[in-house]
Write a protein that binds this ligand. Structure first.
Ligand SMILES: [Zn+2]
Length: 139
């Protein structure tokens, strides 16, 4: 961890991630696909432009379609299975990469944005994020 970058690694450490801190938007995705991929209630992520991400180590990919009908590529460490990066091929999220924030040194930051709240687990407390979307931002 540095002043300028957020850093993290997968469970086994073969994959390392570094993201420009100023370019990263902390978010939470409540979509059913993220619930399954993480085997958890939601997925904390950093929303980051591709040019502000450095990843070292081999990743495997799973081609998925998200709850908005957009094709997404979900990348994970082939050794330990940790989800690392998700890329949306089209739609409002095109060109934007989602780095799984649970990988970060120091843990996932508090989210500013929540997406796919329509499939949010109803027992979750209010995360008090600034921007909340039933699905993804329109436009
Ligand atoms: Zn790993």
């Amino acid at each position: 961890m540095s002043d300028t970058h957020l850093t993290g690694r997968c469970l086994c450490g073969r994959v390392e991630v570094s993201v420009v801190r100023a370019a990263a938007i902390p978010a939470v995705c409540h979509c059913t696909h993220c619930q399954k991929q993480t085997a958890s209630a939601f997925s904390p992520v950093l929303i980051v432009p591709i040019g502000d991400i450095t990843i070292t180590g081999e990743l495997k990919s799973y081609e998925d379609t998200n709850d908005a009908g957009d094709r997404v590529t979900r990348m994970f460490c082939p050794n330990c299975g940790s989800p690392v990066r998700t890329v949306s091929a089209k739609g409002t999220a095109a060109g934007v990469h989602y780095i799984k924030a649970g990988l970060l040194d120091g843990g996932a930051p508090r989210p500013n944005v929540e997406v796919f709240r329509r499939s949010r687990c109803d027992w979750l407390p209010d995360l008090r994020s600034e921007r909340q979307f039933d699905a993804v931002p329109a436009g």
